[in-house]
Design a protein around this ligand. Structure first.
Ligand SMILES: *Cc1c(COP(=O)(O)O)cnc(C)c1O
Length: 436
């Protein structure tokens, strides 16, 4: 790769349509970071500058960039074979990874359906739930229930579960019928009551309740009471409705324990994984299911789950994903992250004193602060982003929620520097705002 930086930006601006990006403003005003390499918790640009990767590259690089063991696993597998169909064929990486996932997952999730990314892991779960009921005596159960502020991905089915208005505009209700309840209310009572009412009232139509356990990431790192997850499990069990937990963001230790479900002591019927699944090396995901669900697709061939993705169980991804689990064990990643999480919690508690900061929160390797009312289209977060870039950190906000979700093994010195940049950038934005 040898193009000069200006040429890359020129080609990009002419042809690349960026995700979640108002492109008019991007074309006119954005001088994009052009990454040429990445290592540990840092990105390096074409000018040789380094930037702390404040969001672990969209929450994927849980073990940092360029982990030597993950690279070695990828290289080794690439030299053996890169891809084969997973229909009537199997291979060691897929078989071992499925067994490994079943052993680390909460409860009796014994069966693993592989797909490509978080969204397809959700699609798989939705289809499994609806088809299960269709062919096991409850064909009226075709609706889903999710929380306000939910984010479960961007494919059509997953997007229909979403409760963030700007993502739903123009597509809401197109394919999946989704009921919604608040994630919180006064003392969470409102949420508990709404959830209980909705499940009881719609028992005959509900295929599943879908939750991001304990933290709604895309909504602005909104942490809610684990009791709501526990309550959802109680009620779904009582009414025999499936509980789908979306741990695409929260899994792999992001919130402290390996699964966020552990905060609530809950075992779901379906568990969706993605993002950190391959440590950010390859797009790959999985949906884990209970034996009951699996058995609901046995019998006549027409009862089979006719659903799949071309790259299902991709050997490169599976091999790397297996190595990710091994690194978590061998390097005691969760234990090592604990003091780092405590440091994030302390820093964000202190950020509540900064001018313009209206709320702060932290959980595990997540720290977040709000600059005024939450909302995806607010501008202040973007100003902090610009300030942070100047100071050597990539701090992509969620509206006016500024947050860090660094690699779980971020070196202490890098974490210190990152937190320093957050504080300084928020302060600088405030100064900038008050200057006419
Ligand atoms: C990112 C995310 C998804 C979607 O994953 P993609 O890999 O972007 O398709 C689904 N659920 C949650 C909770 C996420 O954070």
């Amino acid at each position: 790769m040898t193009l000069p930086r200006e040429r890359i930006v020129e080609l990009d601006k002419r042809h690349v349509w960026h995700p979640y990006t108002p492109m008019g403003r991007y074309l006119e005003a954005t001088d994009p970071l052009v990454v040429t390499s990445a290592s540990g918790a840092r990105l390096f640009d074409a000018n040789g500058r380094s930037y702390l990767d404040g969001n672990a590259s969209w929450w994927c690089a849980a073990l940092g960039h360029g982990h030597p063991r993950l690279l070695a696993a990828l290289r080794d597998q690439a030299e053996r074979f890169a891809h084969v169909a997973l229909a009537g064929i199997t291979h060691e990486p897929a078989a071992r990874l499925a067994a490994e996932l079943a052993s680390v997952a909460p409860g009796g999730l014994e069966h693993v359906f592989f797909s490509d990314d978080g969204s397809t892991a959700i699609e798989t779960a939705l289809k499994l739930a609806a088809r299960y009921w269709a062919q096991n005596g409850r064909p009226g159960r075709r609706r889903f229930l999710a929380l306000d502020g939910a984010f479960h991905g961007e494919t059509m089915g997953a997007a229909m579960l979403g409760g963030i208005e700007v993502f739903r505009h123009g597509v809401a209700g197109l394919v999946v019928d989704c009921l919604r309840v608040p994630a919180r209310g006064s003392g969470h009572e409102e949420a508990f009551v709404a959830l209980g009412d909705a499940i009881a009232r719609h028992e005959d139509e509900l295929a599943a309740v879908v939750l991001e356990p304990v933290v709604q990431g895309a909504a602005g790192m909104r942490v809610y009471d684990p009791e709501l997850v526990a309550r959802a499990r109680e009620l779904t069990t009582k009414h025999d409705v499936f509980l789908i937990l979306d741990e695409v963001f929260t899994g792999y230790g992001r919130t402290g324990p390996f699964w966020a479900a552990e905060h609530a002591g809950v075992e779901p019927d379906l568990l969706c994984l993605g993002k950190a699944f391959t440590g950010g090396l390859l797009p790959m995901a999985a949906t884990l299911a209970t034996r009951r669900l699996f058995e609901g697709f046995l019998g006549e061939p027409s009862r089979a789950f006719f659903h799949g993705h071309t790259f299902a169980g991709n050997p490169l991804g599976a091999r790397v994903a297996l190595e990710v689990l091994a690194v978590f064990r061998d390097e005691r990643i969760l234990e090592q992250a604990r003091p780092k999480a405590a440091r994030i919690a302390r820093a964000f508690a202190e950020f509540s004193e900064l001018p313009g900061v209206t709320a702060t929160r932290s959980l595990g390797m997540i720290g977040a602060l709000d600059l005024g009312e939450p909302g995806y289209l607010n501008e202040r977060g973007r100003r902090v982003y610009d300030e942070a870039l100047r100071r050597g950190a990539y701090l992509r906000p969620l509206g006016n929620t500024v947050y860090v979700t660094p690699p779980l093994n971020v070196p202490d010195a890098d974490l210190e520097e990152l937190l320093g940049v957050v504080g300084e950038s928020v302060q600088a934005t405030r100064a900038h705002l008050t200057t006419p």
